[in-house]
Design a protein around this ligand. Sequence first.
Ligand code: PHB
Length: 392
Amino acid sequence: MDTQVGIVGGGPAGLMLSHLLHLKGIDSVVLESRTRREVEYTIRAGVLEQSTVDLMVDTGVGDRMKREGRAHQGIELRFGGRGHRIAFDELTSGRAVTVYPQHEVLKDLIAQRLTDDGDIRFGVSKVRIHDHTSGTPKITYRDSEGNDQMLTCALVAGCDGSRTSIRDLIPGDVVRNDYFRRYPFAWYGILAEAPPSSEELIYANHPRGFALVSTRTPEVQRHYLQVDTDDSVDDWSDDRIWSELHARVDGEGVEIKDGKIFLKSILQFRSFVCEPMQHGNLFLAGDAAHTTPPTGAKGMNLAIADVYFLSKAMAEYFANRGRGRLDGYTETVLPRVWRTQHFSWWMSSMLHRLPDEAGFGHQRQVAELDMVTRSVAGRTLVAENYVGTPFE
Ligand code: PHB
């Protein structure tokens, strides 16, 4: 056996799994198709739930996040030109989120794995898993130098994101159910050199479409606009982006602060869940098993939750305490997966302009937002789900 756990994918799920296993004395190898530089510099989401923050701190990878990340005690839901604050601290007995970009989490995990002599192989291709229902699954791949390699392990984790092909090893006809939903809108995301427009994130429902005011640092802001699914990056000039952000967000207490846009991208929306998340000695975690639309910033947090439970199950297995927890992995994590799916879908459908029902649909959304923000129970529901539920 070359390693105990073969991990395909060096994103949040794969790297955190490798780190957690190491802390339990279990050896793993991470195979990643991208270069280290690509992993460390690709811009993704930026909001960490309280449980993600706690896990990073408790397992020794939270120092830089504590220094450079920013705790946010609330968000604003904005509709009818007015903001309505959801105060996490009051509504969730002290839980909060931290704004700290995903690629910074990955830098911290990679640095820690390398300090601990962890084995991460970047730039691999042609990854295939064999015999995953046997006691000795194998992973074949081509390394970054072009040499064909084989890795024999006891367990395999598929952590290689939504475009995984590993999922297909769970037989589609008899065992696997895929649940999929597409949305009739997309997000246009920018990074801009500008001062913050707001101290907290703003989720704005507007008849022209949704807008999100987010941030990265005091000097760099991250904003999103709802656009059509077939819009392309070039359809939007800088002027059009800023005037649309002003139109959708400016109002009582807020005025968007313009700046120099240095990154533009389009994010498509979809919800996806694959059940079960395992087959034989193969286990899926993170986006390989499920995708959420970005409205609640849940993707990375759900990936971290998956591997928290998966690492425990694997540790029990390697301690010769049976396969109980391993076999129950899907059952353990699935309720959280579906709660998160519901929250991301709910936030998305409450906040975006729905192309086919602009009139009635918009009034209904405003009534829903009014109901949610007016009552403590409504605000608590948003707050608890936004900061995320504890792991145990
Ligand atoms: C982000 O800052 O990238 C971000 C924040 C909140 C979301 C989604 C994305 O809901």
